[in-house]
Each structure stands twice: as structure tokens, then as C-alpha cells.
Design a protein around this ligand. Structure first.
Ligand code: FAD
Length: 378
């Protein structure tokens, strides 16, 4: 029997399984999708800290289609104040990396197979039953699995998701697609705040990945525009720093919300990654916090005597250890969305001053960049 059962072989569940194995702890993963399922076309922004985690697991070297971000330009539309962050400000090779979700999940799937970690594909967990000594998972195919520790890494989409302890619907949606610009990206990303919501351009191969947030109805309309109209609207929204927008790939939308379920856990069940916190994509915090959840949980399991894995004391220590990083990321993201997504004049000026301070005060710049790269421990 495995000491740990993991629900979900997404990036967070897979990293947790690999890190547990490095710690000498045996894990088994149950994944709803069939083994040959193709991942969707979303794009991920990984921090330098996430790269270090993937490096230690031997996954980084296997990744294809990775584009480094060496500079980030932050501005607000129609107001003064801009800040530029650069990798050399903090002495790292890149501030972050952009890659397709599909490339990351494919590399992780291969790493799980090479490490001979058991993954049961096509098993949909329907019910999780906590217990004093063991928690059990009841799957749709009728099978029941039990272990001293169950790690839920189902992205928050599983049937067994509890009600979040804190939720905020931003009434915004993200329109995502790849776009080609007239000027090469030179590994520079943009984060542009507008009253309707933040928009980001992330260098991806020879193009940009666009994440354009807008009110629900506007986002639906923008996603439906004919390509030529879409490119004109995008130029109006973003400005001309990259020259003209030349073409756009297929557009998708997804709703944006904050849902914090938390990792306070008992009875042998713990939630990590998007299952514990779903964040707005501004500043790319959510995914990276999820990888740190997986890494820290595995490290703690490695430091815990085998008979104590999944105990109330271990899970309480995990929750305590993650609190500052997770709540810091939740608060920072929520602050950015709420303070920047409006056109109130005093706030506009305060934001401008904030960006100016970030631009001219190297210690503040280093603090913000290290926070974004390494979380609360930065
Ligand atoms: C539509 C969409 C677009 C996104 N776009 C971006 C983006 O552009 N940039 C960005 O940084 N982040 C984006 N995100 C967020 C990002 O995808 C997540 O932060 C990241 O995928 C979280 O990883 P995870 O492993 O926790 O969850 P997931 O990646 O969601 O993985 C969960 C895994 O659990 C499996 N699973 C679910 N339910 C069950 C069950 N009952 N039984 C067994 N297995 C189960 C799923 O099949 C999946 O493999 C997006 C999210 C969504 C939903």
C-alpha cells in the first residue's frame, strides 16, 4: 500500500508525486483523464522559483517550447507611471518562463513513467472519506483506495470540492490567444492595467501569449470579434509599444475568481494547488504557489517518520508552514485586481506614484521581484 494517494496528475499532483519519491515516500496517483488525453491550449507563466523545483526533479531539462522573460514592463492605460523590472535586478537568468500547459504536463507524465510511479489513468474520484487512521477514495468505477494521507490536487474541479472559505467573483473573464506583433518581443513581457482589468503579453516562441481581462459581457464580445476588428481593438487597448498587432490565433475565454479553500486539514486529507486556492492570473501567482505547495508538502513528508505521515500534527505543521506564502499571494493578487481595475482619480494618481516608486527605488524593486519569484520566503 502507498503511504500517499494523490488525486489528479496535473502539474501540482505530478510534482508532488515526483518530490515524494525523491524523499523516499511511496505515492500513487489517480487521474480522471485517460492516458492518451490531450491537454488544452492554455499557457503558463512559471517563476524562477518554479524552475528551481522542476530542476531538482530532473524535469526542467526535458521541457520544450520554453521562452524566458528577462524584462517586465508594467504600466497603466491613460495615466502616468510605469515600472520596468529586469532579471539582472535580482541576479537571476530570467524573471520567469512561458510555456504551454501541454508541454509541462507531457514532460511530467514522462517523468512519472520513468520514475515508475504508479498512475491510474481514467479513474474519476467521486467521494473522499476522511478517517482517523486512513482516508479512502471512492472512484466512479466502484474501486476504493485507502492511505494514511490523501493529497487532493484536482484543480478544484473534482466532485468532492468543499465550499471555499473565501470567494470573490471579479465579474471578469480572461480572453486568451497567441498574437504576432510587428516588433520582436526580445523576451520582454508587459503587464498593463486598465479600468476594465489587467492585460498581459507574455513572450512565447516567436509570438506573444495574450491574457486580456475584461468584464464578462465585454470579454464575450471581444472573443467573438472578427480577427481584423480584434487586432484594432487590441491595439487601442494596449498601445503601440510592440508596433502593430499582425495576427491572432484562436481565442478562448475563462472566468476569473478568487477561491480560497485553504490547506487547514485533518483526518488525513490535504488540498494543494488550485484545489486549495484559485487566483486571478494577474502577476502569475496561482500556479507557482501550487508548485510550492507540492514541494513543501513532499519535503515535510520526507522529514516525518513514516508512521506519522498524514497525522493531525503533520498536517497542522503543513498548514502553518504554507499560510504566509499562500495568503500573501492571495492578498497581493486581490489587491492588484481591486486597486487597479477602476478609474477613480485619486487611486489612479496613487497607482502612478506606486509605479514610479517601483521604477526608481532599487530596494523596492528587488523586494517585489523576489516576492514574485520565491513567494513569502523571497
Ligand atoms: C481554463 C483555464 C485556463 C487557465 N489559463 C491560465 C493561464 O493562461 N496562465 C496561468 O498561469 N494559469 C492559467 N490557469 C490556471 C492554471 O491552469 C492552474 O494554476 C494550474 O493548472 C493548477 O494546477 P493543478 O495541478 O492544481 O490543477 P489542474 O492543472 O487543473 O490539474 C488537475 C488534475 O486533476 C484531474 N482531476 C480533476 N478532477 C478529478 C477527479 N475527480 N478524479 C481524478 N482526477 C481528477 C484533472 O483531470 C487534472 O489532470 C488556467 C486555468 C483554467 C481552468
Amino acid at each position: 500500500m502507498s503511504a500517499v494517494l494523490i488525486v489528479g496528475a496535473g502539474p501540482v499532483g505530478a510534482v508532488c508525486a515526483l518530490a515524494l519519491q525523491q524523499q523516499g515516500v511511496n505515492a500513487r496517483v489517480l487521474e480522471a483523464q485517460p492516458e492518451d488525453a490531450r491537454a488544452d491550449g492554455r499557457t503558463l507563466a512559471l517563476s524562477h522559483g518554479s524552475r528551481l523545483i522542476l530542476d531538482r526533479l530532473g524535469v526542467w531539462g526535458r521541457l520544450e517550447d520554453v521562452t524566458p522573460i528577462t524584462r517586465i514592463h508594467i504600466s497603466q492605460r491613460g495615466a502616468f507611471g510605469a515600472a520596468r523590472l529586469a532579471a539582472e535586478d535580482v541576479g537571476v537568468p530570467a524573471l520567469g518562463y512561458v510555456l504551454p500547459y501541454a508541454a509541462l504536463t507531457a514532460a511530467l507524465k514522462q517523468a512519472l513513467a520513468d520514475a515508475a510511479i504508479a498512475v491510474d489513468y481514467g479513474v474519476v474520484v467521486e467521494r473522499i472519506e476522511p478517517g482517523a487512521d486512513m482516508a479512502s477514495l471512492h472512484a466512479a468505477d466502484g474501486s476504493v483506495h485507502a492511505a494514511p494521507l490523501v493529497v487532493v490536487a484536482d484543480g478544484g474541479r473534482g466532485e468532492a470540492a468543499p465550499k471555499p472559505r473565501f470567494e470573490r467573483d471579479y465579474d471578469q473573464m480572461a480572453v486568451v490567444c497567441d498574437v504576432q506583433t510587428e516588433l520582436p518581443h526580445s523576451n520582454q513581457a508587459y503587464e498593463r492595467f486598465t479600468p476594465e482589468g489587467p492585460a498581459a503579453l507574455l513572450p512565447k516562441g516567436d509570438r506573444y501569449a495574450l491574457v486580456w481581462t475584461a468584464g464578462r459581457e465585454d470579454a464575450e464580445r471581444i472573443a467573438q470579434l472578427a480577427e481584423a476588428e480584434f487586432l484594432v481593438a487590441l491595439a487601442r487597448h494596449f498601445g503601440g509599444r510592440q508596433g502593430r498587432f499582425l495576427s491572432a490565433g484562436p481565442r478562448k475565454t475563462f472566468p476569473l475568481k478568487l477561491a480560497w479553500t485553504g490547506s487547514e486539514a485533518a483526518d488525513r486529507v490535504v488540498r494543494i494547488g488550485n484545489a486549495a486556492q484559485t487566483l486571478h492570473p494577474v502577476a502569475g501567482q496561482g500556479f507557482n504557489i501550487g508548485l510550492r505547495d507540492a514541494w513543501e508538502l513532499a519535503s515535510l513528508c520526507g522529514d516525518t517518520p513514516a508512521s506519522e505521515i498524514g497525522s493531525a500534527a503533520m498536517l497542522a505543521a503543513y498548514a502553518r508552514g504554507r499560510r504566509a506564502d499562500v495568503l500573501g499571494g492571495v492578498g497581493f493578487t486581490d489587491f492588484l485586481v481591486r486597486v487597479f481595475s477602476n478609474d477613480i482619480a485619486p487611486l489612479r494618481h496613487a497607482r502612478g506614484l506606486g509605479l514610479l516608486a517601483l521604477e526608481v527605488l532599487p530596494p523596492l524593486k528587488r523586494f517585489v521581484v523576489r516576492r514574485m519569484i520565491f513567494g513569502a520566503r523571497g
